[in-house]
Write a protein that binds this ligand. Structure first.
Ligand code: SF4
Length: 200
């Protein structure tokens, strides 16, 4: 995916120019517990690379996350609550494998933009002094996402945004027509609200 390569490049240039050395390391995965949002095109780029075991986990975790969203999509504290709950229950992103991203070359733009210089322990959801993620990479990721959203609109005529496990789970039956996509997501009770799926 072009935007992913461009984002990696932008971030590498920024880190080099500023002399910033992130403390993020393979095997550290606190940032794989929070709620990760991506667009349909990103999900389409990931799906062909899923192994049978990853597909199996998406089949289990996708419906569970859709159900959580149905109950709590208007809750202002939802992302923080979800992060704590996923951490306590030991249920990170279903694409995580033995502490490593199982789709690393294809991972979402949102994941690529999360970097810190802090002590990695500060990325725990229960850390007394939470980690401060580096802001420029987050902003760079957002800009690349917006560019991809335009590509998705050009391809489908509309944009679908959702959570990684749920969207991968729904992807094969996500309609190509906007009204049908809205009907599907409304029927599942996950459209709109503060944290729900967006069709725009
Ligand atoms: S896609 Fe990969 S990097 Fe992103 S949350 Fe899942 S396991 Fe972590």
């Amino acid at each position: 995916m072009r935007e992913a390569e461009r984002l990696d490049w932008d971030i590498a240039l920024y880190l080099e120019a500023k002399g910033v050395r992130p403390s993020c390391r393979a095997g550290c995965f606190y940032c794989c517990y929070p709620w990760v949002t991506l667009s349909r095109l990103e999900a389409e780029a990931i799906r062909p690379h899923l192994t049978p075991a990853q597909k199996e986990r998406v089949l289990r975790e996708g419906p569970r996350r859709l159900a959580l969203l149905r109950e709590r999509k208007d809750d202002p504290g939802f992302p923080g609550w979800f992060f704590q709950k996923a951490f306590q229950e030991g249920t990170p992103c279903p694409l995580l494998e033995e502490g490593l991203c199982g789709v690393y070359p294809h991972r979402p733009l949102a994941c690529r933009g999360v970097l810190t210089e802090s002590d990695p322990e500060r990325c725990r959801p229960d850390a007394p002094q939470p980690s401060a993620y580096l802001q420029p990479p987050l902003r760079m990721a957002r800009l690349r996402m917006e560019a991809l959203w335009e590509e998705e609109r050009a391809r489908y005529g509309f944009l679908v945004l959702g959570e990684v496990a749920g969207l991968l789970y729904l992807l094969e039956r996500l309609p190509k027509e906007k009204e049908e996509a809205v009907a599907l997501l409304e029927g599942l009770g996950v459209l709109g609200g503060r944290w729900g799926y967006q069709v725009v």
